[in-house]
Every structure is written in C-alpha cells, then in structure tokens.
Design a protein around this ligand. Structure first.
Ligand code: ADP
Ligand code: MG
Length: 238
C-alpha cells in the first residue's frame, strides 16, 4: 500500500534522506526506529506530502505522491503527531469533526455520530465536551488518534505518539494503537517503545543516517539483529 523507492530529501546542503526504499502492505504495522536526527519524521512527512521529496518515488495505493496528488494522498493517509496538535479552543468532539465537516464535507449530524463512535473507541466519549487543556497528554493523544481515524484513512502515520507523555500515560495510548493494529489498520509508527514494537509490529525498519540500515519481521529483527550498529542501538533503547 505504501511504496518508497530511492527517496532522497535535502534541507539546503544537508542530505537528510539518502536512499530510502521500503514497502508496507495493507494491514501491516511497521515500526520505524533509529537515533534522533536520522530522518524518521522526514520519512513520514514525505509520505503524506507535508514535505516534498527531491528524488525517487513514493506511492500510496498506487498513486504517486506529487504536488497534484496531494489532496488525494492526504485523504488516504492521516498523521498523528508527538505533540497532539489539537485545536486549543475546540472541544474534543469539535476537534474530531473538523476534518470530516470541512474537508470531507460530511453533514454535521453524521460527522458527530461518527466522531462519538470514534471517541468511544479510544475511551474518550465521556470527555467529548472537554477542551484540550482540560485533558491529560494521554487523553489528548487519544483524541488525536480519533481525529486521524475520522478522516477514514487507508493508513495512519504516527510520529512518536507517546514520547511527549508522562510515563504512566504511555500505556493507555499504546493500548489504543494496539487495538487499531488488531483491527487491521495499516500503520507506520515511529517509536522508541521496543516492547510495543515486539508485540504489535509486523516489521521493523531501522533508520540510520537517512537510509534504512536494516529491516525485517519484528520478531526476527529484535531477536537477531544482523548488524553491530543495530545491536548497539537496541541495547541503548531497551
Ligand atoms: P528524526 O525524526 O529521526 O529525529 P528528522 O527527520 O526530524 O529526524 O530530521 C532529520 C534531519 O533533518 C535532522 O538533522 C534535522 O535537523 C533535519 N531537518 C528536519 N526538518 C528540517 C527542516 N524543515 N529544515 C532543515 N532541517 C531539517
Ligand atoms: Mg522525529
């Protein structure tokens, strides 16, 4: 469903992605791991067109990511951010219906009903009328996930969805993501939570210096990393 071939991206003189290729199948959950600054966020941002890539190709559902296809790509792929990025003056429910009403042009009543079902799914129905600042980080992130789902995406990209959370809030968000994985949602998750990756991921891609340094099925990758570089990294994050 998501296919990258020889993707390159520079910021000025800085080559951030040097030759990135991988495939994510429908229903696959892939975890992107790797050191800070290695290009993980840039990969996600290129996949949904928040950044343009300089070379190589990206396809989502057989549609090439180009300036012209952006509206189509963005409706196929939703993003969940580290810092939640909820609208601060809108309630949880209003945050979730924003995209469906204004982008998908759904009737408000229908969007509300769907949004309530999604808030229910992430355990936030009781907080539908709360403003983001009245919610904990974990609760805000669960609203962020409901908002991503509300766009009825084919795939969801999550960029360190738990790294801005207090440790005791991490579990509730991972639980929601695990539920989506079990439901068959296609996801790319940037995470440092190796225990989560072991449990929920089908595959792991290790990003280092703007390339995919190693990739494989999650169990195999974690039990038997092939390179010394990967072994060192895993030892440090565990
Ligand atoms: P990661 O998510 O793995 O920590 P990023 O993809 O955020 O890495 O960043 C990779 C590199 O690209 C870093 O060196 C970062 O400073 C640089 N970078 C990212 N975004 C920009 C930008 N908009 N302008 C300039 N440099 C950027
Ligand atoms: Mg990042």
């Amino acid at each position: 469903m998501i296919r990258l071939r020889h993707v390159r991206k520079s910021f000025g003189a800085c080559a951030v992605l040097r030759d990135v290729s991988f495939d994510i199948a429908a229903g696959e959950v892939a975890c992107l791991i790797g050191p800070s600054g290695s290009g993980k966020s840039t990969i996600l941002r290129c996949v949904n067109g928040l950044e343009s890539h300089d070379g190589g190709s990206i396809e989502v559902d057989n549609v090439l990511v180009t300036p012209r296809s952006l509206p189509q790509i963005r409706s196929a792929v939703s993003m969940v951010f580290q810092r939640f990025n909820l609208f601060p003056h809108r309630t949880a429910l209003e945050n979730v219906i924003e995209g469906p009403v204004h982008v998908l042009r759904r009737p408000i009543a229908e969007a509300r009903e769907h949004a309530m079902a999604l808030l229910e799914k992430v355990g936030m129905a009781d907080h539908a009328d709360a403003l983001p600042r009245q919610l904990s980080g974990g609760q805000q992130q669960r609203v962020g996930i409901a908002r991503a789902l509300a766009m009825e995406p084919r795939a969801i990209l999550l960029d360190e969805p738990t790294s801005a959370l207090d440790p005791e809030r991490v579990g509730e968000v991972l639980e929601v993501i695990r539920g989506l994985a079990e439901g068959g949602m296609t996801m790319i998750v940037v995470t440092h939570e190796i225990a989560f990756a072991r449990e929920a991921a089908d595959s792991i891609l290790f990003v280092d210096g703007g390339t995919i340094a190693e990739q494989g099925p999650a169990n195999e990758f974690l039990a038997n990393p092939k390179t010394e570089r990967t072994r060192l990294f895993l030892r440090r994050v565990r």
